[in-house]
Design a binder for this molecule. Structure first.
Ligand code: GDP
Length: 453
């Protein structure tokens, strides 16, 4: 395999830039472009050692920097690797890279370092996929989840299912081939139960895809309530900015203002909506229509009510619109005299979060309620989840095959037929984990990566 090289840091000015070289000739190529000031022989450098020196291209001195050597298999790729840190200029990094090419390296393809790590058995396909997710993580929760994926959380979960299925297939095969030698009678009900439990676990796995997406992109969340209850004040508090205009003239928030924020570790895509109110104002009625649409798209709704005023017909209208939604019911303006019937809200929503949106200390209370209602606050980042479409498709195909096997068993089809369906499911699971996967699929996975990773 050829020795590859690429700039591993972003193409922008920065403190340092790192040029990564991986393959059998990594140390030789480094020796060609890097001259340690202490005269050290690079080919004799041990793994995890570094030296300071000058970087040259032919006879030309380009820069000074640090060389770090890794020895196979104790490197990211599993191959000999050299990393040259030079000054973080775009041009100087490119020049150092081209010096590496002149010395015999070839340009690395997108994700090729990680692909080599996969091919050298340093990580599974799902772990490699998680590397891309760690890089793209925009919030704490998704980073934690992706990090445990990278450490093998999903792989272990798939492995547990595939081993269960493999045991089942082996047993069925034994009953087919050596019926007389089996100790127990074939128990169709028991095997059907086993298939059902595999199917259930696959369903949970498939559902984890939706949760993963919500963690990654944020939960679509609408802030609703009739005019002047304090929606914009709450939105501003959550976002820490003055994006929504707060006034005490009813109907000011005419449009939806959207913002992504992290509340209690859960990422929310917040929409502050026009107040719900019967209106003849054309501009505002468009806002109300949009609010109803937004409500349909929201996975969690922050429904705000004004404690200082009795509940009005518009509040009742809103309550009806919230049927079947995950709602955090917020009773705002605790600093004023209470005139609303909070018990009515309690009986409808179970619990009511009392706050004064003018008091920044309420943020913590709101955050906890949002985390609890969204269900994501309880999510175990270490549990492993389906992180992308490729994985979801494999898991769905595996579950379909298991369900077919279940139906075949229940329908009295031959054990051979059941076994074939279970094997199809196993193939899909091996594809999911990456244990049995075509080159085309691997290439597709790494197309998502940047060059240098
Ligand atoms: P929206 O129409 O629902 O977006 O309501 P706003 O956020 O614009 O607030 C309407 C009015 O209520 C403004 O004058 C706010 O300053 C005021 N307000 C919001 N929250 C509170 C609160 O907790 N206590 C008090 N006393 N006033 C509040």
């Amino acid at each position: 395999m050829q020795t590859i090289a690429a700039i591993a840091t972003p193409p922008a000015e920065g403190g340092i830039a790192v040029i990564r070289i991986s393959g059998d000739k990594a140390a030789d190529i480094a020796a060609n472009v890097f001259r340690p000031v202490n005269g050290r022989n690079i080919s004799e450098m041990k793994g995890y050692t570094a030296c300071y020196g000058e970087i040259h291209d032919g006879g030309k001195r380009l820069d000074d920097g640090v060389l770090l050597i890794y020895r196979a298999p104790h490197s990211y790729t599993g191959e000999d690797t050299a990393e040259i840190s030079c000054h973080g200029g775009v041009y100087v990094a490119r020049r150092v890279l081209s010096a590496c090419f002149s010395a015999g390296a070839v340009p690395a393809q997108a994700g090729e370092f990680t692909k080599r790590a996969l091919l050298n058995g340093k990580m599974s396909l799902t772990q490699a996929e998680a590397v891309a997710d760690v890089i793209s993580a925009q919030n704490e929760q998704f980073l934690l989840c992706s990090k445990s994926q990278q450490e093998g959380a999903l792989y272990r979960r798939i492995k547990a299912v595939s081993e269960k299925l493999l045991t089942l297939v082996t047993l069925i095969q034994a009953w087919i081939d050596y019926p007389d030698e089996m100790e127990d009678e074939f128990d169709g009900n028991l095997e059907a139960d086993r298939l059902r439990s595999v199917s259930d676990e696959l369903t949970r796995l498939i559902e984890s895809h939706g949760e993963g997406q919500l963690i990654k992109d944020g939960i679509p969340c609408a802030i609703v309530g009739r005019p002047n209850v304090g929606k914009s004040t709450l939105m501003n508090l959550l976002t820490g900015t003055e994006r929504s205009i707060v006034t005490d003239i009813e109907g000011t928030t005419r449009d939806i203002v959207e913002e992504t924020v992290s509340v209690g570790g859960v990422m929310l895509r917040l929409a502050d909506c026009a107040g719900i109110r019967e209106t003849n104002d054309v501009v505002e009625s468009i806002g109300v229509e949009r609010m109803i649409k937004k409500l349909g798209e929201a996975a969690v709704v922050l429904a705000v009510f004004d404690l200082s005023r009795p509940l009005a017909d518009d509040d009742e209208r809103l309550i009806k619109l919230l049927d079947g939604k995950r709602v955090v019911c917020i009773a705002n303006k605790t600093d004023l005299e209470e005139k609303a019937d909070v018990s009515a809200l309690e009986s409808r929503f179970g619990s009511v979060v009392r706050i004064s949106a003018k008091d920044p200390d309420c943020l913590d209370t709101v955050a906890k309620a949002v985390a609890a209602v969204s269900g994501l606050g309880k999510l175990d980042p270490g549990a492993g989840f389906i992180a992308n479409e490729r994985q979801r498709l494999c898991a769905e195909q595996a579950r379909d095959a298991v369900n077919e096997a279940f139906a075949a068993l229940e329908g009295g089809m031959t054990l051979d037929a059941v076994s074939v369906m279970c094997e199809t499911a196993l193939d899909r699971l091996y594809e999911l984990s990456g244990e049995q996967v075509s080159e085309t699929v691997v290439d597709q996975v790494f197309r998502r990566f940047c060059v240098g990773k």
